[in-house]
Design a protein around this ligand. Structure first.
Ligand SMILES: [Zn+2]
Length: 549
């Protein structure tokens, strides 16, 4: 006898993302599981007196989206504090900072995030601009890409950063070229010097920010998110929310490792968090390694010199020898590694380190993640497949925009700027690609925007229709797969999530139009109407009708 189910979807265009890329009309869900996928007429047996039946009227159903690289735990700077995200000019920055400071005169210090290097090429933003607004308390504002901090003179003084302070390993204190004085921007590990100068966010603030992220995520159809940069405070906030049963989607995450600290103790910490955090909606099994920085900060590690700085190739945050040893030790313990890799030289030393680990350990744990991949040599792409690595691109960035014109072109030169962010070459080489947003680096972070950009590689508002690296355009099928099944795979959850198949968890979304029936330029205009996680409705667009039982 067939069980009567709680929920049935009928008359849908269900793209299952199973192995055969099957389409179906109907789905039956019992509790948290999918128990039937197939034709409308075969759902009859599943309908009981308490079954809710939703007529989809042709609407599209997909597995829930997986964001394989995001920073929910950095939402504080976007949703509270001084937020410069989404602002376009230095004037707007000034106004936003002034307004915030005027509204918070009692604060001991100020924090925020979101400024862009496009507005302050080379040296980054100057301390004087902040000094004029905040002359006697410290203020630190993180760049939108999270790799630099803009600070005022009081913050520099309290952190004891002056003319004589050496750049720390893996970091740079930007300086006035004439006086040698710190100019107000701290790159990469140089911002660690601010510890204790700017008060840390409380667990309560962190929890509120995570919940704000979660609301944005479910309305964008995201049912799983990988937080790619956790520290102990953000883990505590996640854990508290898990214990309070307030996490509606599945979070997985990676703990950031520091090159300066010993690797053994850090491995201990990852293993400890991995066994302690066992809530289905929050687990940490991954270690994060920043191999280099970012092109816009001049901190990406390149095979050939920067275009605007002859002879300078940047340097790795982890020196190659240390990277070899860390990768070997982590892989030996079967810990997944999530690598931040921007430059082609960073990609190469990462591949070398993993080959070294494979040789030393006699085997390699597959499914290490390599994210960003801005510039990669074609020969190195083939090595990703051999090592079983997963590529984690941010398709939101596949376009010719201000970043391309003001930073990529002058910093990288045209030849390299025009071959940024390959994706199809990885797919051709047989590499599994799991896309992510890098929120809050990318806002908004709706997967449908990324899917459109992956297909078109052209700016959404672009009237010129210029395409970045046209050969690297990816099919709609592969873009959807990179945001669903491959994301589940990247988090070791493909057995239970990532596709609409009998026995899997009911994590799925309803869209207002079938992505395969519209021009690619309209993909990002598609609306998410319903998001289910474990068969539970976590988001519904007010316009979407409820089912009738
Ligand atoms: Zn990131």
């Amino acid at each position: 006898m067939i069980e009567k189910t709680n929920l049935i979807f009928k008359n849908g265009s269900v793209y299952t993302v199973d192995k055969n890329r099957t389409w179906a009309q109907a789905i039956a869900i019992q509790d948290d599981k999918i128990v039937f996928v197939g034709r409308n007429e075969d759902t009859q047996h599943y309908i009981g007196t308490n079954t809710v039946v939703i007529d989809l009227d042709g609407k599209m159903v997909l597995p829930g989206f997986v964001d394989s690289h995001a920073h929910p735990s950095l939402a504080m700077d976007f949703v509270g504090n001084i937020s410069l995200y989404l602002l376009d000019s230095v004037e707007e920055y000034k106004r936003a900072i002034e307004e915030y400071v005027a509204d918070h005169t009692d604060a001991e210090a100020y924090r925020g995030g979101g400024w862009a290097d496009t507005l302050f090429p080379n040296l980054g933003p100057p301390k004087e601009m902040l000094d004029a607004i905040v002359p006697n308390k410290p203020i630190a504002i993180m760049s939108y890409d999270c790799h630099s901090f803009w600070v005022n003179s009081v913050a520099l003084e309290r952190a004891q950063i002056n003319k004589d302070t050496k750049d720390p390993e893996g970091g740079r204190i930007e300086r006035d070229p004439e006086t040698g004085q710190p100019s107000g921007t701290l790159r990469e590990t140089a911002s660690d010097l601010l510890k204790g100068v700017i008060p840390d966010y409380s667990i309560e603030e962190r929890k509120e920010a995570l919940l704000a992220y979660q609301e944005m995520a479910i309305s964008a159809g995201i049912t799983m998110s990988h937080d790619a940069m956790l520290d102990m405070q953000s883990i505590a906030a996640f854990r508290a929310l898990a214990e309070e049963d307030r996490l509606k989607i599945r979070f997985r995450g990676a703990i950031t490792l520091e090159p300066k600290q010993g690797i053994e103790g850090q491995i201990e910490a990852v293993l400890n968090e991995s066994s302690t955090n066992d809530h289905p909606n929050f687990q940490v099994h991954t270690a994060k390694i920043f191999v280099d920085g970012v092109v816009e900060g001049g901190t990406a590690f390149l095979l050939e010199p920067y275009n605007q700085k002859p002879g300078f190739r940047g340097e790795p945050i982890w020196d190659p020898k240390k990277l070899n040893d860390a990768c070997t030790a982590l892989d030996q313990k079967d810990i997944q590694i999530h690598f931040h890799v921007i430059g082609d030289a960073a990609a190469r030393i990462t591949l070398d380190a993993l080959e070294y680990a494979k040789m030393t350990n006699g085997r390699i744990n597959s499914r290490h993640l390599v994210t960003h991949l801005q510039i990669v040599e074609p020969d190195d792409i083939l090595r990703f497949k051999e090592l079983g690595l997963i590529g984690v691109p941010q398709p939101f960035w596949f376009k010719i925009d201000d970043y391309y014109t003001k930073l990529a072109l002058p910093y990288l030169g045209k030849e390299r700027a025009d071959r940024q962010y390959p994706m199809q070459s990885f797919i051709d080489a047989g590499v599994i690609m799991a896309s992510g947003s890098d929120f809050p680096v990318t806002i908004p972070f709706d997967p449908l925007i990324a899917i459109q950009l992956g297909v078109t590689r052209s700016a959404i508002s672009g009237k010129t229709g210029k395409v970045l690296f046209p050969e690297e355009r990816v099919s709609l099928e592969n873009m959807i797969r990179s945001y669903t099944y491959n994301g589940a795979y990247a988090n070791f959850l493909e057995g239970k999530n990532g596709s609409i198949e009998v026995g899997k968890r009911a994590d799925l979304i309803v869209l207002d139009q079938n992505l395969f029936e519209i021009p690619p330029d309209n993909i990002s205009k598609t609306k998410v109407l319903l998001t289910l996680v474990d068969g539970i409705e976590v988001f519904r667009d007010p316009a979407f009708p409820r089912g009738n039982s």
